[in-house]
Design a protein around this ligand. Sequence first.
Ligand SMILES: [Zn+2]
Length: 59
Amino acid sequence: MAYFDTCEYCNASLDPGEKCDCRKARSERKEHEKANRKKVRKIRRTEQCGELLPIIQTA
Ligand SMILES: [Zn+2]
C-alpha cells in the first residue's frame, strides 16, 4: 500500500507529507537575498566608520 503525492509545481513524486525542493529552493533564495543585504549594510557601516580600519591595518 504505497502512494505518492505529486508536487503541483514541478510534478515530482513526493513521499506523503514531503515538501518538494522546488518550493524550498525558492524560500531559501529569498533568505539568501536577505542575508546578502545585511552583509552589504554591515560593509557599508564599517566603511563609514573610519576608526576601525586603521586599527586592523596596523595590527
Ligand atoms: Zn516541485
